[in-house]
Design a protein around this ligand. Structure first.
Ligand code: NAD
Length: 376
């Protein structure tokens, strides 16, 4: 089997699908790995390190893709600026694994299917214990949770910890995290490590214990109930009237916070509106909101995706690049995820075998046998 790791060519992308550590483990297991020249440079991994790990370095993308059994990418395969078409270059029968954005990218799925490529959208890997090792969304949300707090802290004109100085005692920052899923829990942990006083809220009461174990206070809602969690480990969407009651509950907590991080989302649904303009008006000037759900419409109604706007004295940040902002751990984690998927999808002889009766592959294989098998 030959695994191919191309350069990521999406604008601003610094990650690579596999770091040298994962290449080394795969090669020692008898798998051939080819890496495009310079693929890891933006993530600090040199061609030399890949070579030492046992990879072949190939400069010509045509030659690279031509011999692939498995293409590992982070972003959707695309036509590069120089006209090189990544999908057209994949041999029929290739397995391509990437963050394929299946909800937003039907054109790429159509092309992959027409090319005879079997493709896995890593976003669709279920959040089950067995699939944990292949869960790229969780890996990137962990990174985003950390990076979002650091960005918010930079924007906030305050210390996070309480400081006792010769010039008196400075009060700690108050941080409120909305949505205590993977990103939210990492945001709580990061804000606590920096010394802030942290509160958190989620409609799934099952996370209370995790929030408290990280040293944050869980805001209770008597309407929250255990049945809000689906089998896949995600939340059920709230109705508009429930959302209104939720906003009433959150309003006072938001008003007294210096930094609010919002990560509330139900996959495939528009982001729930948790913060209205009136609620922003009640915040102190200089406060900061980091809205992780900007891409899905925003948890705050004033969020502008990809920008930081100032309204009523409050900075509202809608970053889209949190997950990709730490390319070193991002590439290391992604490479391990690809290696785990390869192991999962290989038979006893180490040959890739797509068994659609397997629940993990059934959920995440979006093109197979010339057909798109994903329905939004
Ligand atoms: P997750 O599913 O683990 O967490 C989302 C949480 O929101 C869940 O705990 C869920 O119960 C909660 N939730 C849903 N509806 C809610 C509501 N009405 N009120 C309160 N809580 C509610 O998802 P995640 O992996 O932690 O990702 C969180 C968000 O961060 C997503 O929007 C994701 O797209 C985003 N994200 C953004 C970036 C970026 O660069 N901007 C990077 C990574 C993740």
């Amino acid at each position: 089997m030959r695994i191919v790791v191309p350069r990521e060519t999406a604008p601003g992308e610094r990650r690579v699908a596999m770091a040298p550590g994962s290449v080394k483990r795969l090669v020692s297991g008898g798998v051939a790995v080819a890496v495009e020249t310079g693929a890891g440079l933006a993530a600090s991994f040199t061609d030399e390190e890949y070579r030492e790990a046992g990879a072949e370095i190939i400069a010509d993308p045509g030659a690279l893709f031509q011999a692939a059994d498995f293409v590992g990418k982070i972003n959707v395969p695309q036509v590069r600026d120089d006209g090189f078409d990544e999908i057209a270059a994949m041999p029929s029968g290739t397995l391509c694994v990437a963050m394929l954005q299946p909800y937003a990218n039907s054109a790429a799925l159509d092309r992959l299917a027409a090319q005879g490529v079997t493709s896995v959208a890593l976003e669709l890997i279920p959040r089950t214990t067995k699939a944990q090792r292949m869960d790229a969304l969780s890996a990137f949300s962990t990174i985003a949770g950390y990076a979002g707090v650091i960005r918010g802290a930079e924007e906030l004109g305050k210390f996070f910890p309480m400081l006792t100085t010769a010039a008196g005692t400075i009060a700690p920052a108050r941080v409120f995290i909305l949505g205590a899923g993977v990103a939210g829990l990492q945001a709580i942990a990061t804000a606590r490590r920096l010394g802030a006083v942290v509160e958190a809220f989620d409609i799934r009461p099952v996370v209370k214990e995790q929030v408290e174990s990280l040293g944050a206070k869980f805001v209770e809602w008597n309407e929250a109930d255990e049945g809000r969690e689906t089998e896949g480990g995600y939340a059920e969407e709230v109705s508009e009237s429930e959302a209104e009651r939720e906003r009433q509950l959150l309003s006072d907590h938001i008003a007294k916070s210096d930094l609010v991080i919002t990560t509330a989302l139900v996959p495939g649904r528009p982001a729930p509106r948790l913060i209205t303009e009136d609620m922003v008006r009640r915040m102190r000037p200089g406060s900061v909101i980091v809205d992780f759900a900007a891409e899905a419409g925003g948890n705050c109604e004033l969020t502008v995706a990809g920008e930081t706007v100032r309204r009523h004295g409050v900075s509202i940040m809608g970053p889209l690049d949190l997950a990709s902002s730490l390319p070193v751990p991002g590439s290391e984690m992604y490479g391990r995820i690809l290696a785990a998927l390869i192991e999962h999808a290989s038979n006893e002889d180490g040959i890739l075998e797509i068994d659609l009766n397997d629940p993990i592959l059934d959920a995440s294989v979006v093109t197979h046998g010339g057909k798109v098998r994903f329905e939004a």
